[in-house]
Design a protein around this ligand. Structure first.
Ligand SMILES: NC(=O)c1ccc[n+]([C@@H]2O[C@H](COP(=O)([O-])OP(=O)(O)OC[C@H]3O[C@@H](n4cnc5c(N)ncnc54)[C@H](OP(=O)(O)O)[C@@H]3O)[C@@H](O)[C@H]2O)c1
Length: 243
């Protein structure tokens, strides 16, 4: 049986940690590399953690280059990082109206939600296996331009829409340079993590998913895709979302 190697970026996040746990249930995985801005401990011996300053482009590139040099390849990568709000000064708050738009907030949303995952996509092209492989990036339905009926959340929405554009463009190049790699933009639904906490009041209990549920859906979905159809923009139920 071919053993798989995986990478989870953002292992200390609610969804990232649940993805690691779910991967640990798979006996065909030999290595689960994890990356975070801080320490991360897991009892499974296959989990190998690296602390990375993800704000630094060089750190990401160095991390991937080290794997390339040692002929380490990935069958599946899950990029689970992102930000919607923060209480840390200066606070970050999704905009309700045009007047709330600010350069500082936009820069932060784009730095974390668009630029960092794009640097990962750029670096990973040289380290994916040439069997079936997948890079899944957690975006959000609100990043769909066509699906936008409610407005608001200018920075978050735009940063996720921009990431989708990067994924679309990258898929063209991946098809040439890493032709067995599928790119997946994944909407997890509303998941009970610190990211969604302030916005859960109006979510019906059965529409508020656990991180374990979304991780299971994401990982199972990521192994069921067709290379010819890449890139995908799918929700937790596997339904396509218009870009
Ligand atoms: N929860 C939801 O309802 C929901 C809905 C739609 C989409 N999403 C998306 O799902 C992804 C995961 O979110 P989550 O719900 O798991 O949220 P979470 O528990 O708050 O985790 C956030 C993740 O983003 C990383 N992160 C946070 N601030 C960062 C910063 N300043 N610089 C770099 N990385 C930072 C963290 O990385 P470390 O591991 O380094 O701490 C962590 O992995 C995000 O992309 C989010 O937009 C979530």
């Amino acid at each position: 049986m071919a053993m798989k190697t995986t990478l989870v970026v953002g292992a200390n996040g609610g969804i990232g940690h649940a993805v690691v746990n779910y991967l640990c249930e798979d006996p065909t995985i030999s290595l689960i590399e994890t990356v975070s801005r801080s320490e991360y401990k897991h009892q499974d011996k296959r989990v190998f953690h690296t602390v990375i300053d993800v704000a630094s482009e060089d750190s990401i590139k160095r991390y991937v280059n080290e794997r390339k040099t040692s002929h380490q390849r990935f069958d599946a990568v899950y990029i689970c990082t992102g930000i919607l709000h923060s209480d840390k000064a200066p606070a970050l708050k999704p905009e309700k109206r045009l007047e709330d738009i600010s350069q500082r907030q936009f820069l932060e949303y784009f730095q974390i939600n668009t630029i960092q995952p794009s640097i990962w996509l750029s670096a990973l092209v040289s380290v994916m296996t040439n069997n079936y492989s997948v890079i899944a990036l957690i975006t959000a339905r609100v990043g769909s331009i066509e699906d936008n009926r409610l407005g608001g959340w200018y920075g978050y929405r735009s940063s996720k829409a921009a990431l989708n554009m990067v994924i679309k463009s990258a898929a063209v190049e991946y098809a040439r340079r890493s032709p067995s790699t599928i790119l997946l933009s994944y909407h997890p639904g509303t998941v009970d993590t610190s990211l969604s906490k302030p916005f859960q009041a109006n979510v019906a209990p059965k529409k508020l998913f656990t991180a374990d549920f979304t991780a299971q859906r994401l990982v199972d979905l990521s192994y069921s895709l067709d290379i010819e159809e890449s890139p995908y923009f799918l929700d937790w139920a596997g339904k396509p979302i218009p870009w």
